[in-house]
Design a protein around this ligand. Structure first.
Ligand code: TA6
Length: 303
């Protein structure tokens, strides 16, 4: 990113001691937030939140130590914004998996420094001719992120075109945990899910435990999910709005080795619980309508 652009970002939106925009050589610009309630880093590429650590806590959003930030590739970890489709494109071909928003440039629209000490940034996706070929719709996309003792995000799609637009999307969040073998996810009991590893549609009996590659789209659920982490003696609460599907993913050993960017035993330290509009939960937006996919993450202690 050009020095001038960085200087302009800092003069327009920065606040000494709370919000600064920086970039590593040959990398992308990153907003660094540090307030009394917590800290976070958000890349302007993909408006990808990279890390979030509430004050006095261990990081809650995981970032691979090997997931370098390079132009055109989303970092392994954080919160990739999957849009306007989730997973492989229905038409297949050379459409990028999980859409193009997570690797596209975004701009900062606004910042707000709240009286409670939290910091809020709003980003807007910059469209290009290449992605317009992939996505021939006029659907401005913004992401609002509020960094405090909780983390909240709102992904807003507006259809200003003349035709309906059907979107799939996800806030594809990697949570940091002490050990996947001890962790479990509550809130999805008795849900049906699409098993992307073993195939088929299955029923969830009890909490979700992990003993191998796990890649599931839970259907027709608006439930709060709770990640229980005995090693860190904490729960991570994942609440959502505007979503009726939740994805739970851990690559385990072999898939992690194939991906090659989770680091040594990285799979042990991460767990994706993704608030999505996926599978039979796609959103069809008539002209003039908008849709918000929103999440909030917070901690509580696990006795
Ligand atoms: O959300 C789970 C998933 O769809 C997995 O199947 C796996 O592909 C993961 O996303 C990561 O995808 P990525 O394209 O970021 O490597």
């Amino acid at each position: 990113m050009h020095r001038i652009h960085l200087d302009s970002l800092n003069s327009r939106f920065g606040r000494p001691g709370q919000l600064a925009f920086k970039t590593e050589p040959g990398s992308v610009a990153v907003a660094e937030i540090d307030n009394e309630l917590g800290s976070a880093r958000i890349a302007l590429q993909g408006a990808q939140l990279l890390t979030w650590t509430p004050r006095g806590e261990k990081p809650v959003v995981w970032l691979s130590p090997h997931g370098k930030l390079v132009p055109g590739k989303s970092a392994r970890g954080g919160v990739p914004v999957c849009w306007p489709w989730f997973g492989p494109h229905p038409a297949g071909g050379d459409f990028p998996s999980h859409g193009f928003a997570r690797t596209a440039p975004w701009e900062v629209l606004d910042t707000e420094f709240h009286p409670d000490g939290s910091t809020e940034l709003t980003f807007s996706l910059l469209r290009s001719d290449t992605d317009s070929a992939l996505w021939p719709h006029s659907t401005p996309l913004t992401l609002r992120v509020r960094i405090g003792s909780c983390l909240s995000m709102e992904l807003r799609t507006r259809n200003i075109g003349a035709a309906p637009a059907t979107i799939g999307q996800a806030l594809h969040t990697y949570f940091e945990i002490s050990d996947i073998r001890q962790a479990r996810v509550l809130g999805l009991e008795d849900c049906e899910y699409l098993d992307k590893v073993g195939g088929g549609r299955k029923h969830q009996d009890g909490p979700v435990n992990f003993s191998g590659e796990t890649d599931r789209i839970y259907l027709d659920t608006t439930a709060e999910c709770i990640i229980e982490d005995p090693g860190y003696a904490r729960r991570i609460h994942v609440t959502k709005r505007g979503s009726r599907s939740t994805v739970v993913w851990n690559p385990w050993i072999e898939k992690a080795a194939k991906l090659g960017d989770l680091g040594e035993d990285g799979y042990l330290r991460m767990l994706c619980v993704e608030s999505t509009n996926a599978a039979d939960d796609l959103v069809t937006l008539p002209p003039g309508q908008e849709h918000v996919l929103a999440v909030e993450y917070r901690l509580s202690t696990l006795p």
